[in-house]
Design a protein around this ligand. Structure first.
Ligand SMILES: [Zn+2]
Length: 235
């Protein structure tokens, strides 16, 4: 666990490099816009790691000062097994991009001629999110104090969330590698052209924020929107 700022902690999950994945817990102050959301929550968990992590999600949450029952809502940046593995431990609303909801529920079939499409067809059979209170997210949705930005490419339903307090949770839209923001590894994404378009569009629409929190690698506490813009300019 790493406390990034007063409202945000990074939960370090997964196994060992290169299968290390971040989840985050964000808490807004009482009386903030988060309580006006449909679920009335102030404690948001962003992503949930693998089903079996080297350090458990519960232990990382505790290190950040929370019990599982403290979590009010869960934002899943996308449906991949290293981000959704722990979601079944929570009986709370779970927000997932509409296209990824369609993928996991079987109302959209990913292409068989893409390795990830094939993988997802298998993955959704044994990790189906049945019994999870899934709430589909579309571009521009407000979830408490968060604004959702649909950022397809890695997955069709991938979304990034920017909180009004100045922190962005970007999942696998981009990673940190060697102290820099980078696009993720190409082999694990549906469409790298679309992903780069999403990074540029996100840089235009996300507004100003300080911290940027990727799904893999080390988060940056400051100059988040400047770092994002600089990556978008380089693509
Ligand atoms: Zn990932």
């Amino acid at each position: 666990m790493e406390q990034l700022r007063g409202d945000t902690a990074r939960l370090e999950l997964g196994w060992r490099e290169p299968i290390v994945v971040n989840a985050y817990v964000y808490e807004s102050p009482p009386g903030s816009a988060d309580e006006d959301g449909q679920d009335g929550g102030t404690v948001t968990l962003v992503d949930t790691g693998l089903r079996y992590n080297r350090r458990s999600l519960t232990a990382e949450l505790r290190a950040a000062g929370y019990e599982r029952s403290d979590v009010d809502r869960i934002l899943l940046t996308h449906y991949d097994l290293d981000h959704v593995g722990g979601v079944g431990q929570f009986d709370r609303p779970v927000y997932l991009g509409t296209c990824d909801v369609d993928l996991v529920r079987g109302s959209w079939d990913p292409p068989l001629d893409h390795p990830k499409g094939l993988f997802h067809r298998l993955a959704r059979k044994w990790f189906d999110l049945n019994g999870v209170d899934l709430r589909p997210v579309t571009d521009g949705d407000r979830i408490g104090g968060f604004t959702a930005h649909h950022t397809p490419g890695h997955n069709p339903g991938h979304f990034a969330s920017v909180h009004d307090a100045g922190v962005a949770f970007v999942g696998d839209l981009l990673w940190e590698t060697n102290g820099e923001l980078t696009p993720p590894f190409w082999g694990d994404s549906y469409d790298m052209h679309e992903l780069r378009r999403s990074i540029r569009a996100f840089a235009r629409s996300a507004g100003e924020f300080e911290a940027i929190c990727p799904g893999h690698g080390i988060p940056f506490r400051d100059e988040g929107s400047e770092r994002l813009q600089s990556l978008a300019d380089r693509l």
